[in-house]
Design a protein around this ligand. Structure first.
Ligand SMILES: *Cc1c(COP(=O)(O)O)cnc(C)c1O
Length: 451
């Protein structure tokens, strides 16, 4: 019998996060102040000093604090599986492995950074965290992270999700956080919007603005972000560092690594620990494929340009592949893949030709997700279904060519809160969205001028 599942003993667990900034062939472009357009740090009143340092650090290995390691051990290492049943169903000579982050208490990779961020907020003497959430994945992970360190947590949740998807809110409340629908009456920005439009259904941009206003108004509060930033990607490298050890036990090494990208954190967490082998020439032909939705295709359709990190234009300006900070993508079920831009680290690696990108539309991704559920058992979130689609396509190419490639899937989480999306797919009601060219063109006209 060949093995299906690979784990690690406690003493084999990685003790450091891996910082790609030590090994980049060219340094990252700077962040720019949204007003002066000069290079800047993250706004210090919003972020703990330790995270601001990590954001720009060039140290290759950053020690994971003991307290964070202790909490990681509640669900880490996450399992690495060999997808025997999927391979058989596809009749492919490819070897497919997947690293599954759905076993965390919040059901995704997001607690890897939420716990770390809460630790630094607590360590620097603050008592409270404010943050935003769209469909609720990040808000629930952050609520749990704050709980472990005895911090208060206030989550501004986009009103339409708050009303239509109550279960993630209930997770947050169970972990002790306060979750309000955004726009809310608790901030000036929220009150202004509600005065003009009392039934406003909200947007991620409005929720970010509320969470930032909240943190700026109080001395005891820091703001936390769930993706995009360098320090978030750094914390996620625990995923890839574990996978390297697990693949070694499987006597396997990936030829192709596939993951979904919204802001880029789960996939970067998996592939950054491998890409150093590509940069150093140990494995120059390794392929790394970022998968995004056709409805929000920043890497495959956006220009590499300076743009605001947030919709309100308050966050630093970053160089990234972007659809424009005012672009609001169509309502695909993969809510986590609807960010207008992409993590600067991923954009930089894409620009350098070290990673590839592909866009997939949602009906095909659900077809792939159902195939995965009916072979491997796991019902995946709509986001990783995008990566599963590409893994299946690559495995089928191997069937054509007869090559036995090793494919590693970064699987970011389960879909237990996404049953309405599966219901829509199974009843034939799920639709594909065309690439919204005109909306993107209009949003790109609003890019900031930087010379
Ligand atoms: C939030 C989320 C994503 C997208 O965010 P990244 O920062 O790109 O990882 C992907 N999958 C799941 C399950 C998520 O919750």
């Amino acid at each position: 019998m060949e093995r299906t599942k690979y784990t690690l003993d406690e003493k084999e667990m990685p003790t450091h996060w891996y910082n790609i900034q030590a090994d980049l062939p060219e340094p990252l472009p700077p962040l720019l102040n949204p007003v002066t357009k000069q290079p800047t740090r993250l706004p210090p009143p919003l972020f703990p000093d330790a995270l601001n340092e990590q954001e720009f650090s060039k140290e290759r290995w950053i020690e994971i604090p003991e307290e964070v390691q202790d909490i990681y051990r509640l669900w880490r290492p996450t399992p690495l599986f060999r997808a025997w049943r999927l391979e058989k169903a596809l009749d492919t000579p490819a070897k497919i492995f997947y690293k599954y982050e759905g076993t965390s208490p919040a059901g995704s990779h997001k607690p890897n950074t939420a716990v770390a961020q809460a630790y630094y907020v607590k360590k620097e003497g603050f008592k409270r965290i404010s943050t935003e959430t769209g469909a609720g994945q990040w808000g629930s992970a952050m609520s749990m992270g704050a709980m472990f360190f005895g911090l208060e947590c206030k989550v501004y949740m986009v009103r339409i999700s708050y009303e239509q998807k109550p279960y993630r809110r209930i997770l947050m409340e169970t972990w002790g956080a306060k979750c309000v629908p955004s726009p809310s009456k608790d901030t000036q920005i929220g009150r202004d919007i509600l005065t003009k439009d009392p039934t406003c259904s909200g947007s991620l941009g409005i929720a970010i603005s509320e969470a930032v206003e909240d943190a700026l108004a109080r001395d005891d509060t820091k703001y936390c972000l769930g993706s995009v930033l360098n320090h978030v990607l750094l914390h996620q490298t625990i995923v890839g560092e574990e996978t390297r050890k697990q693949m070694e036990k499987a006597c396997a090494y990936p030829d192709i690594i596939v993951g979904c990208v919204g802001g880029g954190s789960n996939f970067a967490g998996q592939f950054l620990p491998w890409i150093r082998d590509k940069i150093s020439g140990v494995k120059p032909d390794m392929r790394i494929i970022c998968v995004e939705p056709t409805a929000c295709p920043s890497l495959t359709k956006g220009p590499y340009a300076w743009d605001y990190g947030d919709v309100a234009g308050l966050a630093p300006i970053v160089k990234m592949y972007t659809l424009g900070h005012t672009f609001v993508p169509p309502p695909v079920h993969a809510g986590g893949l609807r960010y207008h831009g992409m993590a600067p680290i991923i954009c930089h690696l894409y620009k350098l030709g070290l990673v590839e990108a592909r866009a997939e539309s949602q009906v095909g991704t659900f077809e792939a997700g159902v195939k995965f559920a009916r072979t491997e058992g796991i019902i995946s979130a709509p986001e990783p279904n995008h990566a599963i689609k590409v893994v299946i396509d690559e495995a089928l190419k191997c069937r054509e060519s007869g090559e036995s490639k090793t494919i590693l899937l970064a699987h970011s989480g389960h879909g237990h809160f996404d049953m309405a999306a599966y219901d829509a797919y199974l009843s034939g009601k799920l639709v594909d969205y065309e690439y919204p060219r005109e909306m993107v063109e209009a949003a790109l006209a609003n890019l900031p001028k930087v010379d």
